[in-house]
Design a protein around this ligand. Structure first.
Ligand code: UDP
Ligand code: MG
Length: 298
C-alpha cells in the first residue's frame, strides 16, 4: 500500500480535442493552488482526433502529466481502471474530460478524503443534461438502490474521490464489465456523498449513444445484482400459476400467447446477459491494450 501525500487525477479521454486545452488549463490552476504533490493521468481511449497530440504537447510543459495511450476504444470505465492501476497517489480523483465536472470542485472532494472518508461520491446539482438523460438516471438510481441495497443518489457522476485502500481493492477486481462508483461503494467503509455543480458539455458530443447507454446500465445492473435472474424465476412461477387458472377457466386467447411469448423473450435476453458475461470472464482476455505510457523522461 502506498503511503504518501500525492493526489492522482484520472481522466478518460475519447475524442476530446476541443476540450483538453481548457480542461488542463483549469485543472493545473486548481492543483497548483492546493500546493500538494499531484499527478494527472490522462487515459487516451483510442481517440481518433488530435487528443493524443494535444496531451503530448502539454506533457512537454508539465512533467507531472502522465499519458496512457490505449490502442483502441475500450470504454470509459476500463480507461479509468487503467488509470487506477497506474496511479501512485494515496488519494485518487476521477473526472470527465468534457468539463461537465468543474475541476474547481476537486478541493472539496480532497477535503472529504482528508477528513477520513474512503469514497467520496457526488450528486450533480442542476444537472445540465437532456430531459431524457435526467429522468432515465433518476429511474436507474432508484432501481439500482433497490436491487443492490446501496443508497447512492447519483451513480452516473464520475467526479469522485477514492482513498488508496479502495483503489487497491478495485485493482484486485478482475471483472471485465464494471461500473466504478458502485464497485467503490461496495468496498467503502466510510463513504460520503456531496453535492457538486454540473455544466453542459463544453464542446463536442456525448460519446454515449442510446444503445451504448443501455449497455452501460446493463453493466451496472448485472455486475452488482442477480435481481434480474431472480425475477425470472418469480415470473416463471407466476406464469405457471396463471396458466393453471386460465386452463381451469377454459380461456385461451391470442393476447395471452403474445404476452407469454414477450415474457419468454425478455427473460431469455436477461439470462443471455449473464451468460454472455460469464463467457467474457472465462475468456480472460486482457481488458485493455496499452500502446505506450508516456511518463518520467520518456
Ligand atoms: N469516454 C471514454 N471512452 C468512451 C466514451 C467516453 O474515455 O468510450 C470519456 C469521455 O471522453 C469523457 C467521459 O468518458 O471524458 C464521459 O463521456 P461523455 O461526456 O461522452 O458521457 P456523458 O457525459 O454524455 O455521459
Ligand atoms: Mg459528458
Amino acid at each position: 500500500m502506498l503511503n504518501n501525500n500525492i493526489i492522482s487525477i484520472v481522466i478518460p479521454v475519447y475524442n476530446e480535442e476541443e476540450n483538453l486545452p481548457e480542461l488542463l488549463r483549469r485543472l493545473f490552476a486548481v492543483m497548483n493552488d492546493i500546493s500538494r504533490p499531484y499527478e494527472i493521468i490522462l487515459v487516451n481511449d483510442g481517440s481518433k482526433d488530435s487528443s493524443l497530440a494535444i496531451m503530448l504537447q502539454e506533457r512537454k510543459k508539465n512533467p507531472n502529466l502522465r499519458i496512457i495511450d490505449f490502442n483502441g476504444n475500450f470504454g470509459q470505465h476500463t480507461a479509468i481502471i487503467a488509470g487506477f492501476k497506474a496511479s501512485r497517489g494515496n488519494q485518487v480523483i476521477t473526472l470527465d474530460a468534457d468539463l461537465q465536472n468543474p475541476p474547481e470542485e476537486i478541493p472539496r472532494i480532497i477535503a472529504e478524503l482528508d477528513s477520513g472518508h474512503d469514497s467520496v461520491g457526488t450528486i450533480r446539482q442542476k444537472r445540465k443534461d437532456s430531459f431524457f438523460r435526467r429522468y432515465a438516471s433518476k429511474l436507474i438510481n432508484r432501481i439500482m438502490n433497490a436491487v443492490t441495497g446501496f443508497t447512492l443518489h447519483d451513480y452516473g457522476c464520475m467526479l469522485r474521490g477514492y482513498s488508496r485502500d479502495i483503489i487497491d481493492i478495485i485493482n484486485e477486481c478482475r471483472e471485465v464489465s464494471t461500473f466504478i462508483p458502485a464497485l467503490a461503494q461496495k468496498f467503502a467503509v466510510n463513504p460520503v456523498e456531496i453535492e457538486v455543480s454540473h455544466e453542459a458539455r463544453a464542446k463536442g458530443e456525448s460519446k454515449y449513444s442510446l444503445f451504448r447507454l443501455i449497455r452501460l446500465q446493463f453493466d451496472l445492473m448485472t455486475a452488482f445484482s442477480l435481481f434480474p435472474l431472480q425475477m425470472i424465476t418469480i415470473l416463471g412461477m407466476m406464469i405457471f400459476g396463471a396458466g393453471i387458472i386460465l386452463t381451469l377457466c377454459g380461456i385461451f386467447g391470442y393476447g395471452v400467447n403474445f404476452m407469454l411469448a414477450g415474457i419468454t423473450v425478455t427473460c431469455t435476453g436477461i439470462t443471455g446477459e449473464y451468460t454472455g458475461r460469464i463467457y467474457q470472464e472465462v475468456r480472460k482476455r486482457p481488458r485493455y491494450v496499452i500502446r505506450k505510457i508516456y511518463e518520467g523522461d520518456n
